[in-house]
Write a protein that binds this ligand. Structure first.
Ligand code: SF4
Length: 145
């Protein structure tokens, strides 16, 4: 019989605006992008998708990501706030409900100690978490496009 995931009864999470998830840390070093992400971000900045991609993106192992900048912070992070919040990439929308993060040990050991929003505010239901997970999985399958 398949066991219920540890988040079966939901999880509390509400962004506390720490900006920590917008800075490279450990294994979470890149902001990966789908074509839809690049189009949306380009539009917000008044650029063509090609111009945006040339200026802000590069590829790693054939998947698109934001270029590494001079610091470990995302180039769009402005005083702990996202400068393109409405157009932010999918992985930023779905944090912390990522497949590799929603594992009991990773959640307890890494995520809870790192992200001050975990365990606070809104309780996300199992269905809502599944929705975020599916959005993230779809996005991950499109990073090469
Ligand atoms: S795009 Fe915005 S939300 Fe995503 S890492 Fe950069 S600053 Fe943070």
């Amino acid at each position: 019989m398949k066991q219920n995931p540890f988040w079966h009864d939901g999880l509390r999470f509400e962004c506390q605006g720490s900006g920590k998830c917008c800075v490279s840390h450990g294994g979470y070093g890149h902001v990966y992008l789908t074509l839809e992400d690049r189009r949306r971000m380009a539009k917000q900045l008044g650029l063509s998708t090609t111009a945006f991609t040339r200026r802000f993106c590069d590829q790693k192992n054939e998947v698109w990501k934001l270029k590494d900048g001079p610091t470990t912070a995302c180039p769009f992070l402005q005083e702990r706030k996202c400068g393109i919040y409405e157009a932010r990439p999918t992985q930023c929308r779905t944090w912390p409900f990522w497949p590799e993060v929603l594992q009991p040990r990773t959640w307890m050991r890494d995520v809870m100690s790192f992200c001050p929003g975990v365990g606070k505010g809104k309780r996300w239901s199992k269905d809502e978490i599944e929705q975020q997970l599916n959005m993230q999985k779809k996005s991950e399958s499109e990073y090469g496009s």
